[in-house]
Design a protein. Structure first.
Length: 94
């Protein structure tokens, strides 16, 4: 039996996951009105906020998020960001 259909769109991330400058603000949003974003940073504690959610990237960061409305949830999505080393043009790795 297929999973039940959902009316909640998965979160999106702006900018697109990848290499970013330190201090970049990532916006987590969803197209579904009346939702909450449930997310964690680098596998830490879950946080729940109304969208849009703003996250400052100051270190290599993986965001895991889903949207929730009433008793329905979207699929979970992940976004990973690494930092650009502006002195050498290379990516910093943890």
């Amino acid at each position: 039996m297929p999973p039940p259909a959902t009316d909640v769109e998965s979160p999106t991330f702006t900018p697109t996951p990848g290499r970013v400058d330190k201090g970049t603000i990532v916006t987590i949003n969803t197209a579904t009105a009346g939702t909450y974003i449930v997310y964690s940073l680098n596998g830490g504690n879950l946080r729940t906020e109304e969208p849009p959610v703003y996250v400052e990237i100051t270190e290599p960061t993986t965001i895991e998020a889903y949207a929730m409305k009433d008793d329905k949830t979207s699929g979970t999505v992940n976004a990973s960001y690494t930092l650009i080393d502006t002195r050498r043009g290379h990516t910093n790795f943890p």
